[in-house]
Design a protein around this ligand. Structure first.
Ligand SMILES: [Zn+2]
Length: 73
């Protein structure tokens, strides 16, 4: 019987028998595959220098609500 050749998982460096049929190839597991994809994704986008928060959304002091009614007469 021919044994499967062992390859090294790019993510966790574990040696495992290469299964050409496996959807996780060339990773040892789906988890390692997702980790690698995630790294790609992170490198592609990079960390944002700042968030998209509206700068005018800062903590503005709210005028105290007065229980008194405004009178214009
Ligand atoms: Zn792995």
């Amino acid at each position: 019987m021919a044994s499967l050749p062992e390859i090294q998982c790019p993510t966790c460096r574990k040696h495992f028998p290469a299964d050409i049929q496996a959807p996780t190839m060339p990773f040892c597991s789906m988890r390692c595959k997702m980790v690698d994809l995630n790294q790609w994704f992170t490198e592609e986008i990079g960390l944002p220098a700042h968030t998209c928060d509206d700068p005018e959304q800062e903590d503005e002091p709210q005028p105290p609500s007065s229980p008194k009614e405004w009178r214009f007469d």
